[in-house]
Design a protein around this ligand. Structure first.
Ligand code: 4AD
Ligand code: MG
Length: 501
């Protein structure tokens, strides 16, 4: 029998096919056994009817536990009420392995347990959907640059010097000498730029982030395009067109996955060009405004009310769960709901604790410091579309950024903040192309000039205005999927305190 996949079932209606997969779930009622099979491309309900001839096989199939591997043969029927829209009327089942005691059951599991079982958690529907969105984002990134005449430049992972600030360097012993895991490929990509006009690098980057936040990984993927004869406006225009194209691709190709994740698609559909744009100084004025204080005060009231509400929900559901006579499936369902409520409660309690602090930070924000996570969230929340914040103070940004000609206190840089509080997903700038200015910055930051001599050569031999940016894949996927935490957007998350599996 021809083996096919669940995704291709629409092409096989009325035919007999074989699916090769795993048992996602099953239930029986009398002579009927409903096997929900997943095969990596989707889910399909396979209906197995008991007859005198297949009684033994039926009994065996009925005993199969979750995640058993099996091949199911049957006739394909269109069935709009069924998951995936098609069903199989089973004529044969071949059991490959009965998986006993699969740890991730339909029962409730906390996030620690799930992260420890990441190698199995992949098979759950939500995780399956997220990694498919990630795949499409990664592919769309490559497509965008390849089809717009950018040349891919693979930059090294072992780096002799810092690219983005010495505090987050991972040191590696390189035959007795200290070198660092790359924080960025940018400086290398800049040199290739002068040979190819438009270039990009795309790979893993490393930052020793010592804080455990929703937005930080120690190993993450970044794409970094770089363009010549370009100023800040050109870089902003590229970032805008690129981000817009990612949103469109995901909406077009991964709608089903986003729906499965419960993503509010209207929040992505309303994104059009141009995006919002403001300067750092304007952002500071926003932070100081009464409107922001009022917005946060409202947030605080809402969080407090939700805490009370959640506490009551948890109490009620616990009572119901532990009451004598509650059916097992109901007990499991309530347990999961209570767990979800507790996770949300912890978040809301955090919010109640933190919002007053964020109000203080916004009110007392001083021109000159970098925007913090809470400041970014505030600014981005004011708009439905991504917001570019440009022209940050020179002293809080990297040494390679171009000093502004009209206001020497600031640089020609951009951060792009995603809406809905997702914060910075793009950071970039026009680069300092003047040798004396960049030497001054290297001295000012006490960087070892000898390690940057090759980079300085780019300013000595045919220097031109140029610039680029970096987009973090995981923050982008978290935003597109509407996830609270970045940890589910990469197959195996690396964070402070997390390196297994
Ligand atoms: O703003 P960053 O540090 O910029 C650079 O590295 C530049 N060299 C890029 C360039 O101009 N070529 O980082 C760029 C992006 C951030 O906006 C964010 O999306 C992501 O990389 N990022 C992280 N993602 C996850 N975990 C972390 N610890 C991240 N740090 C940065
Ligand atoms: Mg940044």
């Amino acid at each position: 029998m021809a083996a096919t996949t669940i995704a291709k079932l629409p092409e096989h209606v009325g035919q007999t096919v074989t699916l090769q997969g795993w048992l996602y779930n099953s239930r029986s009622s009398g002579k009927l056994l409903f096997l929900i099979v997943r095969d990596g491309t989707g889910l399909c309900q396979c209906v197995f009817e008991k007859t005198d001839a297949n009684a033994d096989l039926f009994a065996e199939a009925k005993k199969l536990s979750q995640e058993s591997s099996l091949e199911v043969t049957g006739e394909v029927r269109a069935e709009s009420r069924s998951v995936g829209g098609h069903e199989l009327t089973v004529s044969d089942v071949r059991i490959i392995q009965n998986a006993e005691g699969y740890p991730i059951t339909p029962k409730a599991h906390g996030i620690e347990f799930l992260m420890k079982h990441r190698h199995l958690w992949f098979r759950s529907q939500r995780q399956w959907a997220i990694l498919r969105v990630r795949h499409t984002v990664v592919n769309a990134i490559r497509e965008y640059f390849n089809s717009n005449d950018f040349v891919l430049i693979d930059t090294p992972i072992f780096a002799p010097a810092a690219g983005e600030g010495a505090q987050t360097l991972f040191e590696v012993n390189y035959f007795g000498d200290p070198v660092y895991l790359a924080q960025t490929g940018q400086l290398y990509v800049e040199s290739a730029l002068m040979a190819h006009r438009k270039v990009y690098c795309f790979g893993p980057t490393f930052r020793a982030e010592k804080s455990k936040t929703r937005r930080h990984l120690t190993e993450f993927w970044m794409v970094e395009p770089e363009i010549t004869y370009a100023d800040l406006d050109d870089v902003v225009a590229l970032a805008e067109d690129f981000t817009y194209s990612l949103v469109q691709t995901v909406l077009r190709e991964r709608r089903a996955e986003l729906e499965l994740l419960g993503r509010d698609l209207s929040k992505l559909e309303c994104i059009t060009k141009p995006f919002e744009r403001m300067t750092y100084s304007q952002a500071v004025d926003v932070l100081h405004s009464d409107d922001v204080q009022k917005m946060l005060a409202d947030d605080l009231e809402r969080a407090k009310a939700r805490v009370t509400e959640l506490q009551k929900l948890i109490d009620d559901k616990e009572d119901e769960r532990t009451a004598p006579g509650t059916k097992q499936w109901k007990v499991d369902k309530l347990a999961q709901e209570v767990l979800d409520h507790r996770e949300e409660l912890a978040d809301q309690e955090d919010a109640v604790r933190n919002i007053p602090h964020h109000m203080e930070l916004a009110k007392n924000f001083e021109w000159g410091s970098d925007l913090g996570g809470s400041d970014e969230t505030i600014i981005a929340r004011l708009h439905e579309k991504p917001t570019f914040v440009t022209h940050y103070p020179r002293d809080c940004k990297a040494f390679y950024m171009k000093q502004n000609a009209d206001d020497p206190r600031v640089v020609n840089n951009l951060d792009m903040l995603a809406p809905e509080g997702y914060g910075e997903i793009i950071g970039g700038s026009q680069r300092e192309d003047n040798l004396d200015a960049i030497l001054e910055r290297i001295a000012h930051e006490q960087l070892p000039q000898e390690e940057y001599e090759w980079y300085l050569d780019l300013r000595r031999y045919g220097s031109v205005p140029h610039g680029g940016f970096g987009l973090g894949v995981e923050r982008t996927v978290a935003w597109l999927c509407g996830l609270k935490h970045i940890r589910e957007t990469i197959p195996f998350a690396r964070m402070m305190g997390r390196i297994y599996p």
